[in-house]
Design a protein around this ligand. Structure first.
Ligand SMILES: [Zn+2]
Length: 269
């Protein structure tokens, strides 16, 4: 990478998220409601249809990507995922609700947030939730050079490993933005790419009735639901959603359960 390119990548990283040292020094960035929501609002999440088109293109090119777009659709099961935490106010509330319903979820944490709130990562781990990698600075990896992609993924993985004693093996690219280079690097670092089928757009904060309707409209066997840590409406939605899933006979599982029968580019749709 040229010096100029390297500098511009660094400037972009700093502009997006603050440098590692700054992240340590400052508390959560100021925002009327939530810095997590403010960040997520800027993100454009890929729709399931778009992820499927990308999947088709990879298959046509013969790329063997270790990736999960959905679990086995023959089984009435669902995986709940929460991105962008941990969050000092909301993570404990999510944990409390999940505990009440005896449900485990998969949390894709941002490295610098995990570093800032280590006790919350330990809490998630102690409660039996799965902890996945969501990059260190929450950046769009498709805009970075290979070297920087690896740095983002490795840095988050190291924080998680230092707090839980286990190297994570689940990775979700911010916004669902990935390309063959990102997939190759993540796979080479030992990760599965975990995407989603069901994105109700909770980051934009529609009320819980709208959120619930969107989740239910997209609900399907083997579905992976994308929600966010740090969104009050998601806290309001969660008990209703868990009641519904229980009533309808869905088994709520960790992503790992869905992965156990997967092969690269096998029955993941
Ligand atoms: Zn995210």
């Amino acid at each position: 990478m040229s010096v100029g390119r390297c500098v511009s990548v660094m400037i972009m990283l700093v502009a997006l998220s603050g440098c590692r040292e700054a992240g340590r020094e400052s508390a959560a960035p100021p925002h009327a409601d939530s810095p997590y929501v403010a960040r997520a609002e800027k993100e454009v999440y890929k729709a399931f249809a778009e992820l499927q088109r990308q999947d088709d293109a990879e298959r046509k090119q013969g790329l063997a990507v270790r990736k999960l777009l959905r679990g086995d659709p023959q089984r009435k099961w669902i995986a709940l995922t929460f991105d962008d935490g941990p969050h000092p106010d909301y993570t404990p509330r999510l944990v409390e609700i999940l505990k009440r319903y005896k449900v485990k979820a998969t949390f894709f944490v941002v490295g610098k947030m995990a570093e800032q709130y280590p006790d919350l990562v330990r809490l998630l781990y102690q409660e039996g939730h799965a902890i996945g990698n969501h990059t260190y600075h929450h950046v769009n990896l498709t805009r970075l050079e290979a070297e920087q992609i690896a740095v983002e993924i490795k840095a988050c993985g190291e924080v998680i490993q230092s707090l839980t004693g286990h190297a994570p093996h689940l990775f979700r690219p911010p916004g669902g933005d990935y390309n063959p280079t990102v997939a190759e690097i993540a796979n080479a670092l030992g990760y599965w790419l975990i995407l989603w089928t069901d994105d109700p757009g909770d980051y934009a904060r529609p009320n819980e009735a709208i959120l619930k309707q969107r989740v239910l409209d997209q609900l399907s066997n083997g579905g992976i639901i994308l929600l966010h840590d740090g969104v009050p409406e998601t806290i309001d939605l969660l008990p209703q959603l868990l009641d519904y899933l229980k009533r309808e006979g869905y088994e709520v599982v960790l992503v790992d359960r869905m992965l156990s029968s997967e092969q690269p580019h096998s029955a993941n749709r």
